[in-house]
Structures are given as structure tokens and as C-alpha cells.
Design a protein around this ligand. Structure first.
Ligand SMILES: *Cc1c(COP(=O)(O)O)cnc(C)c1O
Length: 394
């Protein structure tokens, strides 16, 4: 027993130290981390340059109120504007907060269009967070159950289905935005059948109807798909994109980035955050992006993702219990034809940390610094674990 709320079903293990892609227990056992704190530890653990920059910042200034000009915030804002080809960022401390900001902007946009009760189109199986607005936007009963009344103003459609959205557009409606993860994370690593086409059609339908296109890239953003933003694997850009998880390699951060036109909807007093944009988080973000460039981690995400998946595909090509092995860069899903939650502990016995989401999908989100040998080891350990799992539960 401990004095924590039981919000998590925790695994019976704890770690004292991390180095690269490895986590160490206090007994000195080493685990290969193919989950990276759920896409958070972009640079793995204890990256020397990152530790140095963050330590230096702690010595100088950790927090200062947003009542003052924060130089580090301007610098990260500028960098994100450049990388996203959008304009202005609101900084906060987590993914759900970044999404709250996006939802508030979508409402401002709706009111600016004289829609009294504007609504946002959201997706089945979406995950946007645990605050009341973001759990209401999420498409999972598990996230919502017990917390009714949900927040109104969301209209749900199936993911990767333009017709369902077109049907809404064809009728009289109160829509002001579409809010979607380009690749669904918690929903089971769901990649649209034709990624480029789906995103292009989303963009077109938004342009025709004067809706905002909002991408939640809290999980798939920051280089994981081989581009800074997942949407950069298409030919379009959104009006708003949200980031969090991997942006500062473990230091809490959230970012809501918008185009010039849309960001001007926010004016002083409309939104805020006490901790958001503090110098420590900003330096952690700036340093993460800098090291990603120096070490070529976008390309590395592509190469290692390819390597892991090709090894998995080679081994499981004849296995009809594996429904699909899919990935974009280092966002990897292996879908089985039956529930496989028990695999997590089996993999742990093989000193590999993975996750199972949406009951049947093994999810890998390794640190982007993973090298060839480590990527091969992820594949080897996972293959061994899955084979053992099939023996045990078949
Ligand atoms: C994790 C996640 C969130 C929520 O982020 P928190 O930092 O836990 O609030 C929102 N959207 C997506 C796509 C996520 O993966």
C-alpha cells in the first residue's frame, strides 16, 4: 500500500537511473526501453549535452512569471514557427493543456463566424487527454465513463473516413473545426490508409467550409515519423498543431502552435498558464531540437523504424495471429488478432519495455537516439517475447 491515488495499474518494477536507451534498476539490472516514457524521452536518458544545458539553466533561472518577457520562450517560439511553417505558439506543460488551448481557439473561431454554439468534429478512438474538455473530445468510453456530464460541442466521426465528414458539411451545421491525430496513438497506432490523401482531403474540406484544421501531434510529432511534424509527410499544413510529450525530452512542456491568422484570435487575458513557457522547459525544448539536428535523429527515426519493422515482418510473415505490422518512423504498432496485454510482463522478463494499447496492439515508441544494434535487439527481444506468448496462450 502507498499513499497514491490508484490512477495507474503499475508494473512491479522501478528504476534508479537511465543511460541512452537503457534503464537500470537499483540492483543493476538493465532494461532496453522501447517505449521512452511513452514517446517522451526523445534523447533517451542522461544525454550528456542535454544534461549539461538543463543543469546550467537550473543554476541561472528555473521559473519566472509570464508577466515578464522570457527570452528563452521567444527563441523556442521562433524555432517552432520555423519548423512547423506556422506562426505563434502558446506554451503550457502537457498535451491535454495544449489541446485545451486549441479547443478554445476553435471556439473563438466559431464565435468570430457568428456561430452561437460552435462544434468541433472529432474521431472515434481518438485520445486527446484527461481534462474535461479533452476527455470529452476523446473517442474512448474508458476515458469518459464516470465523468459525465461530458462537455458538449463535439461531433464524432470514424477516423480515416472523409465521407462521414462530407455528410456533415453537406447539411446545415455549427462546425468550426476538425480536431484529429494524424496518426492515432492510444487508439492503436492507426495510420490512415492513404496518409497524404486523407490529410489533403481534410485540408480541402476545412478550406471550403471555413473550418480550422487542428492536428494533435502530442504523440506523433517532434521527429518521431522522420519529419519534425507528422503532417510534413503530406503536402498540407494545419491551422493549429499541438505538441507535448517528446518536445523537451522529459521536462514537462506543451505547445499549441497556430498560423498567423488563427493565433490573432488570442488576445491578452483570454488564456494563460503559470508554469507554461518557463525558462527551464524552454531550454530543454531548444536543446532537444538542437541535438536532434546535430545527431540527424529524423533520419535515424526512419532508418531504425524500418529496420525494426523489417525484422519483425521477416519473422512473422507466415503467422496469421499477427494482423498487421505498421509504422511511420519510430511510431510502431504490431496488431494481434487477440488481446495481448500479458505480453508486457513477458517482455519485461526478457528485459524489454513495451506497451500494449487498444487491447491488441503492441506499441513501440523507442527513443530517437536508438542505434542499429539496439534496434536489432528490440526486434530480437520482441520476437522472443511474442513467440513465448503464443506458446503460452495458444
Ligand atoms: C498523451 C497524449 C495526450 C495527453 O497528453 P498529457 O501530457 O498526458 O496531457 C494528448 N494527445 C495525444 C495524441 C497523446 O498521445
Amino acid at each position: 500500500m502507498n499513499n497514491l491515488m490508484l490512477t495507474y495499474q503499475r508494473l512491479p518494477i522501478s528504476f534508479k537511473k537511465g543511460e541512452g536507451v537503457w534503464l537500470h534498476t537499483k540492483d543493476g539490472e538493465k532494461y532496453l526501453d522501447a517505449l521512452a516514457g511513452i514517446a517522451v524521452n526523445t534523447l533517451g536518458y542522461s544525454h550528456p549535452k542535454f544534461v549539461e544545458a538543463v543543469s546550467e539553466q537550473i543554476k541561472n533561472l528555473i521559473h519566472i512569471s509570464n508577466l515578464y518577457n522570457i527570452e528563452e520562450q521567444c527563441l523556442l517560439g521562433k524555432e517552432l514557427a520555423y519548423l512547423s511553417e506556422l506562426n505563434a505558439t502558446f506554451f503550457c506543460n502537457s498535451g491535454c493543456e495544449a489541446n485545451e488551448a486549441a479547443i478554445k481557439i476553435a471556439r473563438l473561431h466559431g464565435h468570430a463566424l457568428n456561430i452561437q454554439q460552435p462544434e468541433i468534429i472529432v474521431m472515434d478512438n481518438a485520445f486527446h487527454g484527461r481534462t474535461m474538455a479533452t476527455l470529452s473530445a476523446s473517442g474512448s468510453r474508458r476515458v469518459q465513463a464516470g465523468f459525465e456530464p461530458l462537455m458538449s460541442g463535439f461531433v464524432r466521426v470514424p477516423f480515416d473516413n472523409i465521407d462521414a465528414i462530407q455528410e456533415i458539411a453537406n447539411k446545415k451545421n455549427k462546425i468550426s473545426a476538425i480536431f484529429v491525430e494524424p496518426i492515432q496513438g492510444e487508439g492503436g497506432v492507426n495510420i490512415p490508409q492513404n496518409f497524404k490523401k486523407y490529410l489533403k482531403e481534410l485540408r480541402n474540406i476545412c478550406d471550403k467550409n471555413n473550418w480550422l484544421l487542428i492536428f494533435d501531434e502530442v504523440q506523433c510529432g517532434v521527429g518521431r515519423t522522420g519529419k519534425w511534424f507528422a503532417y510534413q509527410n503530406s503536402d498540407i499544413k494545419p491551422d493549429i498543431v499541438t505538441l507535448a510529450k517528446g518536445l523537451a525530452s522529459g521536462v514537462p512542456i506543451g505547445a499549441c502552435i497556430a498560423s498567423e491568422k488563427v493565433s490573432s484570435l488570442m488576445t491578452p487575458g483570454k488564456h494563460g498558464s503559470t508554469f507554461g513557457g518557463n525558462p527551464l522547459a524552454m531550454i530543454a525544448g531548444l536543446t532537444t531540437l538542437k541535438i536532434m539536428k546535430q545527431e540527424g535523429l529524423l533520419n535515424n527515426a526512419l532508418n531504425q523504424g524500418q529496420l525494426i519493422c523489417s525484422l519483425l515482418k521477416k519473422h512473422f510473415s507466415q503467422n496469421d495471429k499477427i494482423l498487421s505490422i505498421r509504422h511511420m518512423g519510430l511510431m510502431i504498432g504490431v496488431e494481434l488478432n487477440f488481446a495481448c496485454g500479458a505480453l508486457v510482463e513477458l517482455a519485461m522478463k526478457n528485459k524489454l519495455l513495451i506497451n500494449v494499447t487498444s487491447d491488441k496492439t503492441i506499441r513501440l515508441l523507442p527513443p530517437l537516439i536508438i542505434n542499429n544494434d539496439e534496434a536489432k535487439l528490440v526486434a530480437t527481444k520482441l520476437i522472443k517475447s511474442i513467440d513465448e506468448f503464443f506458446e503460452k496462450y495458444d
